[in-house]
Design a binder for this molecule. Sequence first.
Ligand code: ADE
Length: 359
Amino acid sequence: MTSSARTLASTLLEWYRRARRDLPWRGTTDPYRIWVSEVMLQQTRVAVVVPRYEAFLECYPTVEALAAADVEDLLSSWAGLGYYRRARMLSDAARRIVREHGGRFPRSHGRIRDLPGIGDYTAAAVASIAFDQPIPALDGNALRVLARLADERRPVRAGPGHAAVRELAESLMAAVPKGCRGDFTQALIELGATLCTPGAPRCGACPWQASCAALSAGSVESVPCRPARSAPKRLRICAGLAVAGQDILLRQRPADSGIMPGFWELPQALGGRADLRETGLALPCGGGPLATFRHAITDSIFTVRVYEARPGASSDRACEWVNLAGAKELPLSTITTKALARCAMFVRGAKPRDGRRQS
Ligand code: ADE
Protein backbone atom coordinates (compact mmCIF):
# COMPACT_ATOMS: atom_id res chain seq x y z
CA MET A 1 0.00 0.00 0.00
CA THR A 2 1.56 3.25 -1.10
CA SER A 3 -1.06 6.03 -0.81
CA SER A 4 -2.04 7.75 2.40
CA ALA A 5 -5.15 6.66 4.27
CA ARG A 6 -6.83 9.93 3.37
CA THR A 7 -6.23 9.49 -0.37
CA LEU A 8 -7.37 5.86 -0.27
CA ALA A 9 -10.53 6.74 1.63
CA SER A 10 -11.47 9.58 -0.71
CA THR A 11 -10.74 7.53 -3.86
CA LEU A 12 -12.96 4.74 -2.61
CA LEU A 13 -15.79 7.10 -1.62
CA GLU A 14 -15.67 8.84 -4.96
CA TRP A 15 -15.86 5.50 -6.80
CA TYR A 16 -18.74 4.35 -4.56
CA ARG A 17 -20.82 7.45 -5.28
CA ARG A 18 -20.39 6.84 -8.99
CA ALA A 19 -20.65 3.05 -9.18
CA ARG A 20 -22.82 1.86 -6.32
CA ARG A 21 -25.85 -0.30 -6.91
CA ASP A 22 -29.13 1.29 -6.01
CA LEU A 23 -30.23 -1.01 -3.18
CA PRO A 24 -33.25 -0.32 -0.99
CA TRP A 25 -31.32 -0.17 2.30
CA ARG A 26 -28.94 2.45 0.90
CA GLY A 27 -31.32 5.36 1.07
CA THR A 28 -31.82 5.26 4.84
CA THR A 29 -30.04 5.80 8.10
CA ASP A 30 -32.83 4.15 10.11
CA PRO A 31 -30.93 1.69 12.32
CA TYR A 32 -33.86 -0.74 12.35
CA ARG A 33 -33.93 -0.96 8.54
CA ILE A 34 -30.18 -1.27 8.32
CA TRP A 35 -30.13 -4.00 10.93
CA VAL A 36 -32.80 -6.00 9.08
CA SER A 37 -30.87 -5.66 5.79
CA GLU A 38 -27.61 -6.80 7.37
CA VAL A 39 -29.20 -9.84 9.00
CA MET A 40 -30.77 -10.87 5.70
CA LEU A 41 -27.57 -10.25 3.75
CA GLN A 42 -25.50 -12.39 6.06
CA GLN A 43 -26.58 -15.56 4.37
CA THR A 44 -28.60 -14.70 1.30
CA ARG A 45 -27.67 -13.12 -2.03
CA VAL A 46 -28.51 -9.46 -2.69
CA ALA A 47 -30.85 -10.37 -5.60
CA VAL A 48 -32.90 -12.60 -3.28
CA VAL A 49 -32.86 -10.14 -0.40
CA VAL A 50 -34.13 -7.06 -2.30
CA PRO A 51 -37.81 -8.11 -2.76
CA ARG A 52 -37.91 -9.96 0.55
CA TYR A 53 -36.54 -6.96 2.43
CA GLU A 54 -39.23 -4.68 1.09
CA ALA A 55 -42.01 -7.19 1.82
CA PHE A 56 -40.65 -7.77 5.34
CA LEU A 57 -40.62 -4.05 6.10
CA GLU A 58 -44.17 -3.68 4.86
CA CYS A 59 -45.21 -6.34 7.37
CA TYR A 60 -42.93 -5.10 10.17
CA PRO A 61 -42.20 -1.41 9.46
CA THR A 62 -40.80 -0.56 12.90
CA VAL A 63 -38.96 -2.24 15.72
CA GLU A 64 -42.18 -2.03 17.76
CA ALA A 65 -44.10 -3.88 15.03
CA LEU A 66 -41.44 -6.57 14.97
CA ALA A 67 -41.41 -6.85 18.76
CA ALA A 68 -45.20 -7.30 18.76
CA ALA A 69 -45.15 -9.92 15.97
CA ASP A 70 -46.16 -13.49 16.60
CA VAL A 71 -42.97 -15.55 16.32
CA GLU A 72 -44.63 -18.25 14.19
CA ASP A 73 -45.81 -15.59 11.69
CA LEU A 74 -42.34 -14.13 11.65
CA LEU A 75 -40.80 -17.55 10.97
CA SER A 76 -43.16 -18.13 8.04
CA SER A 77 -42.23 -14.78 6.54
CA TRP A 78 -38.56 -15.80 6.89
CA ALA A 79 -38.87 -18.92 4.68
CA GLY A 80 -36.13 -18.94 2.04
CA LEU A 81 -33.98 -16.44 3.94
CA GLY A 82 -31.78 -19.00 5.69
CA TYR A 83 -31.51 -20.05 9.30
CA TYR A 84 -34.76 -19.59 11.23
CA ARG A 85 -32.58 -19.01 14.27
CA ARG A 86 -31.75 -15.59 12.88
CA ALA A 87 -35.44 -14.71 12.67
CA ARG A 88 -35.96 -15.78 16.28
CA MET A 89 -33.01 -13.62 17.29
CA LEU A 90 -34.49 -10.65 15.41
CA SER A 91 -37.64 -11.06 17.45
CA ASP A 92 -35.69 -11.42 20.73
CA ALA A 93 -33.58 -8.36 19.98
CA ALA A 94 -36.61 -6.25 18.92
CA ARG A 95 -38.33 -7.13 22.21
CA ARG A 96 -35.21 -6.15 24.15
CA ILE A 97 -35.01 -2.82 22.30
CA VAL A 98 -38.62 -2.06 23.17
CA ARG A 99 -38.35 -3.28 26.76
CA GLU A 100 -34.93 -1.97 27.73
CA HIS A 101 -34.31 0.95 25.37
CA GLY A 102 -37.83 2.38 25.06
CA GLY A 103 -38.00 1.34 21.39
CA ARG A 104 -34.94 3.41 20.42
CA PHE A 105 -32.09 1.49 18.82
CA PRO A 106 -28.99 1.79 21.04
CA ARG A 107 -26.28 3.94 19.43
CA SER A 108 -23.02 2.58 20.77
CA HIS A 109 -21.27 -0.37 19.14
CA GLY A 110 -21.01 -2.14 22.52
CA ARG A 111 -24.71 -1.79 23.30
CA ILE A 112 -25.76 -2.85 19.83
CA ARG A 113 -23.41 -5.84 20.14
CA ASP A 114 -25.11 -6.83 23.42
CA LEU A 115 -28.41 -7.49 21.64
CA PRO A 116 -29.30 -11.12 20.94
CA GLY A 117 -27.95 -12.45 17.65
CA ILE A 118 -25.90 -9.33 16.85
CA GLY A 119 -22.20 -9.99 16.34
CA ASP A 120 -19.26 -7.72 15.85
CA TYR A 121 -19.82 -7.23 12.13
CA THR A 122 -23.53 -6.38 12.33
CA ALA A 123 -23.00 -4.02 15.27
CA ALA A 124 -20.24 -2.20 13.38
CA ALA A 125 -22.35 -1.99 10.20
CA VAL A 126 -25.32 -0.47 12.09
CA ALA A 127 -23.09 1.86 14.15
CA SER A 128 -21.30 3.21 11.07
CA ILE A 129 -24.20 3.32 8.58
CA ALA A 130 -26.96 4.51 10.93
CA PHE A 131 -24.95 6.56 13.42
CA ASP A 132 -21.88 7.59 11.41
CA GLN A 133 -19.51 6.05 13.92
CA PRO A 134 -15.93 5.39 12.76
CA ILE A 135 -16.09 1.63 13.33
CA PRO A 136 -15.11 -0.59 10.41
CA ALA A 137 -17.42 -3.48 9.62
CA LEU A 138 -15.43 -6.42 8.34
CA ASP A 139 -17.50 -8.98 6.49
CA GLY A 140 -15.97 -11.44 4.00
CA ASN A 141 -16.02 -8.85 1.20
CA ALA A 142 -14.28 -6.16 3.22
CA LEU A 143 -11.69 -8.62 4.54
CA ARG A 144 -10.82 -9.77 1.03
CA VAL A 145 -10.46 -6.20 -0.30
CA LEU A 146 -8.19 -5.16 2.58
CA ALA A 147 -6.15 -8.37 2.51
CA ARG A 148 -5.38 -7.67 -1.16
CA LEU A 149 -4.70 -3.99 -0.60
CA ALA A 150 -2.03 -4.94 1.95
CA ASP A 151 -1.05 -8.25 0.27
CA GLU A 152 -1.69 -9.94 3.62
CA ARG A 153 -0.56 -13.56 3.18
CA ARG A 154 -1.84 -14.88 6.52
CA PRO A 155 -5.46 -16.01 6.97
CA VAL A 156 -7.62 -12.97 7.71
CA ARG A 157 -10.70 -14.57 9.29
CA ALA A 158 -8.91 -14.77 12.64
CA GLY A 159 -5.51 -14.53 14.29
CA PRO A 160 -2.67 -12.11 13.51
CA GLY A 161 -3.69 -11.70 9.86
CA HIS A 162 -7.11 -10.54 10.99
CA ALA A 163 -5.60 -8.15 13.54
CA ALA A 164 -3.38 -6.61 10.82
CA VAL A 165 -6.31 -6.12 8.45
CA ARG A 166 -8.44 -4.66 11.22
CA GLU A 167 -5.72 -2.18 12.05
CA LEU A 168 -5.58 -1.14 8.40
CA ALA A 169 -9.39 -0.80 8.34
CA GLU A 170 -9.29 1.37 11.46
CA SER A 171 -6.63 3.65 10.01
CA LEU A 172 -8.63 4.07 6.81
CA MET A 173 -11.87 4.68 8.70
CA ALA A 174 -10.12 7.29 10.87
CA ALA A 175 -9.34 9.20 7.65
CA VAL A 176 -12.99 9.21 6.49
CA PRO A 177 -14.71 12.58 6.98
CA LYS A 178 -17.63 12.82 9.39
CA GLY A 179 -20.92 12.10 7.66
CA CYS A 180 -19.29 9.57 5.30
CA ARG A 181 -18.53 6.61 7.61
CA GLY A 182 -21.59 4.66 6.55
CA ASP A 183 -20.74 5.16 2.89
CA PHE A 184 -17.21 3.95 3.58
CA THR A 185 -18.54 0.74 5.17
CA GLN A 186 -20.82 0.12 2.22
CA ALA A 187 -18.11 1.07 -0.29
CA LEU A 188 -15.73 -1.60 1.02
CA ILE A 189 -18.50 -4.20 0.81
CA GLU A 190 -19.47 -2.96 -2.66
CA LEU A 191 -15.92 -3.16 -3.96
CA GLY A 192 -15.63 -6.74 -2.71
CA ALA A 193 -19.02 -7.72 -4.13
CA THR A 194 -18.64 -6.17 -7.58
CA LEU A 195 -14.94 -5.84 -8.57
CA CYS A 196 -12.62 -7.38 -5.97
CA THR A 197 -14.43 -10.71 -6.19
CA PRO A 198 -12.97 -14.03 -5.01
CA GLY A 199 -12.47 -15.33 -8.58
CA ALA A 200 -11.83 -13.23 -11.73
CA PRO A 201 -11.43 -9.87 -9.96
CA ARG A 202 -11.69 -6.87 -12.30
CA CYS A 203 -8.56 -5.06 -11.16
CA GLY A 204 -8.53 -2.81 -14.24
CA ALA A 205 -11.71 -1.11 -13.00
CA CYS A 206 -10.68 -0.89 -9.33
CA PRO A 207 -10.32 2.54 -7.73
CA TRP A 208 -7.46 1.17 -5.61
CA GLN A 209 -5.47 -0.50 -8.40
CA ALA A 210 -2.55 1.93 -8.11
CA SER A 211 -2.15 1.15 -4.40
CA CYS A 212 -2.98 -2.54 -4.27
CA ALA A 213 0.01 -4.48 -2.94
CA ALA A 214 -1.38 -7.85 -4.09
CA LEU A 215 -1.87 -6.52 -7.63
CA SER A 216 1.71 -5.34 -7.87
CA ALA A 217 2.98 -8.60 -6.34
CA GLY A 218 0.84 -10.71 -8.72
CA SER A 219 -0.87 -12.45 -5.82
CA VAL A 220 -4.45 -11.19 -6.16
CA GLU A 221 -5.86 -14.64 -6.98
CA SER A 222 -4.23 -16.31 -3.99
CA VAL A 223 -5.01 -13.63 -1.37
CA PRO A 224 -6.70 -13.97 1.03
CA CYS A 225 -5.30 -17.43 1.56
CA ARG A 226 -7.52 -20.18 2.86
CA PRO A 227 -6.66 -21.44 6.33
CA ALA A 228 -5.49 -25.05 6.28
CA ARG A 229 -8.47 -27.30 6.84
CA SER A 230 -8.32 -30.12 9.32
CA ALA A 231 -9.59 -33.48 8.07
CA PRO A 232 -13.39 -33.72 8.42
CA LYS A 233 -14.77 -35.84 11.25
CA ARG A 234 -16.48 -39.01 10.08
CA LEU A 235 -19.61 -39.80 12.02
CA ARG A 236 -22.53 -42.22 11.77
CA ILE A 237 -26.19 -41.34 12.21
CA CYS A 238 -29.09 -43.78 12.36
CA ALA A 239 -32.63 -42.57 11.69
CA GLY A 240 -35.86 -44.51 12.24
CA LEU A 241 -38.65 -44.43 9.68
CA ALA A 242 -41.99 -45.33 11.27
CA VAL A 243 -44.94 -45.26 8.86
CA ALA A 244 -48.65 -45.63 9.57
CA GLY A 245 -50.91 -45.18 6.58
CA GLN A 246 -49.78 -41.90 5.04
CA ASP A 247 -48.33 -40.63 8.28
CA ILE A 248 -44.73 -40.69 9.36
CA LEU A 249 -43.28 -40.19 12.80
CA LEU A 250 -41.29 -36.96 13.09
CA ARG A 251 -39.92 -34.98 15.99
CA GLN A 252 -39.33 -31.27 16.31
CA ARG A 253 -35.94 -30.04 17.47
CA PRO A 254 -36.14 -27.90 20.62
CA ALA A 255 -36.59 -24.14 20.12
CA ASP A 256 -33.36 -23.50 22.05
CA SER A 257 -31.26 -26.06 20.19
CA GLY A 258 -27.98 -24.63 18.87
CA ILE A 259 -28.47 -26.55 15.62
CA MET A 260 -31.58 -26.06 13.49
CA PRO A 261 -33.95 -25.06 16.32
CA GLY A 262 -37.59 -25.80 15.51
CA PHE A 263 -36.78 -27.97 12.50
CA TRP A 264 -38.50 -31.35 12.06
CA GLU A 265 -36.64 -34.59 11.56
CA LEU A 266 -36.91 -38.36 11.71
CA PRO A 267 -36.08 -39.63 15.21
CA GLN A 268 -32.35 -40.25 15.04
CA ALA A 269 -29.21 -40.88 17.04
CA LEU A 270 -25.49 -40.66 16.52
CA GLY A 271 -23.98 -44.12 16.12
CA GLY A 272 -25.18 -47.48 14.85
CA ARG A 273 -28.58 -49.21 14.74
CA ALA A 274 -28.48 -50.13 18.44
CA ASP A 275 -28.11 -46.45 19.36
CA LEU A 276 -31.45 -45.71 17.71
CA ARG A 277 -33.12 -47.36 20.70
CA GLU A 278 -32.28 -44.24 22.74
CA THR A 279 -35.06 -42.46 20.81
CA GLY A 280 -37.53 -45.01 22.25
CA LEU A 281 -38.30 -46.47 18.82
CA ALA A 282 -38.86 -50.20 18.48
CA LEU A 283 -36.86 -51.86 15.72
CA PRO A 284 -38.04 -54.99 13.95
CA CYS A 285 -35.58 -57.88 14.30
CA GLY A 286 -32.76 -58.00 11.79
CA GLY A 287 -33.24 -56.12 8.57
CA GLY A 288 -30.69 -53.98 6.84
CA PRO A 289 -31.07 -50.24 6.29
CA LEU A 290 -33.81 -48.97 3.96
CA ALA A 291 -31.34 -46.38 2.71
CA THR A 292 -27.74 -45.33 3.28
CA PHE A 293 -26.29 -42.02 2.18
CA ARG A 294 -23.64 -39.41 2.90
CA HIS A 295 -24.27 -35.96 4.26
CA ALA A 296 -21.40 -33.48 4.49
CA ILE A 297 -21.36 -30.25 6.49
CA THR A 298 -18.48 -27.85 7.09
CA ASP A 299 -16.24 -30.09 9.15
CA SER A 300 -18.01 -33.44 9.29
CA ILE A 301 -19.11 -36.19 6.96
CA PHE A 302 -22.03 -38.25 8.18
CA THR A 303 -22.93 -41.69 6.96
CA VAL A 304 -26.68 -41.84 7.49
CA ARG A 305 -28.56 -45.14 7.67
CA VAL A 306 -32.35 -45.20 7.76
CA TYR A 307 -34.02 -48.20 9.41
CA GLU A 308 -37.61 -49.32 9.49
CA ALA A 309 -39.00 -48.59 12.97
CA ARG A 310 -42.18 -48.56 15.07
CA PRO A 311 -43.05 -46.20 17.88
CA GLY A 312 -42.00 -47.84 21.14
CA ALA A 313 -43.58 -47.52 24.57
CA SER A 314 -41.13 -44.74 25.46
CA SER A 315 -40.91 -42.86 22.15
CA ASP A 316 -39.45 -39.43 22.38
CA ARG A 317 -42.18 -37.05 23.61
CA ALA A 318 -41.28 -34.56 20.88
CA CYS A 319 -42.40 -37.17 18.28
CA GLU A 320 -45.66 -36.70 16.37
CA TRP A 321 -47.39 -38.47 13.53
CA VAL A 322 -47.40 -36.11 10.59
CA ASN A 323 -49.18 -36.57 7.30
CA LEU A 324 -46.53 -37.07 4.64
CA ALA A 325 -47.91 -34.42 2.28
CA GLY A 326 -48.07 -31.90 5.14
CA ALA A 327 -44.56 -32.82 6.29
CA LYS A 328 -43.18 -31.36 3.08
CA GLU A 329 -44.48 -27.95 4.18
CA LEU A 330 -42.62 -28.11 7.50
CA PRO A 331 -39.06 -26.91 7.91
CA LEU A 332 -37.32 -30.30 7.60
CA SER A 333 -33.67 -30.94 8.35
CA THR A 334 -31.62 -31.68 5.23
CA ILE A 335 -30.83 -35.19 6.47
CA THR A 336 -34.54 -35.91 6.81
CA THR A 337 -35.34 -34.43 3.39
CA LYS A 338 -32.68 -36.70 1.86
CA ALA A 339 -33.88 -39.71 3.86
CA LEU A 340 -37.52 -39.24 2.78
CA ALA A 341 -36.51 -38.83 -0.86
CA ARG A 342 -34.54 -42.08 -0.70
CA CYS A 343 -37.27 -43.96 1.17
CA ALA A 344 -40.19 -42.67 -0.95
CA MET A 345 -41.12 -46.21 -2.01
CA PHE A 346 -41.63 -47.24 1.63
CA VAL A 347 -43.99 -44.38 2.55
CA ARG A 348 -46.08 -43.93 -0.58
CA GLY A 349 -49.54 -45.22 -1.25
CA ALA A 350 -51.16 -46.45 1.97
CA LYS A 351 -54.40 -45.04 3.40
CA PRO A 352 -54.43 -42.21 5.97
CA ARG A 353 -55.37 -42.98 9.55
CA ASP A 354 -57.88 -41.07 11.62
CA GLY A 355 -57.26 -39.01 14.72
CA ARG A 356 -53.74 -38.03 13.87
CA ARG A 357 -52.06 -34.71 13.27
CA GLN A 358 -52.54 -33.66 9.64
CA SER A 359 -50.04 -30.92 8.99
N1 ADE B 1 -23.68 -7.39 2.25
C1 ADE B 1 -23.64 -7.10 3.55
N2 ADE B 1 -23.98 -5.83 3.77
C2 ADE B 1 -24.27 -5.29 2.57
C3 ADE B 1 -24.71 -4.02 2.14
N3 ADE B 1 -24.95 -3.07 3.02
N4 ADE B 1 -24.90 -3.85 0.81
C4 ADE B 1 -24.67 -4.85 -0.06
N5 ADE B 1 -24.26 -6.06 0.29
C5 ADE B 1 -24.06 -6.29 1.59
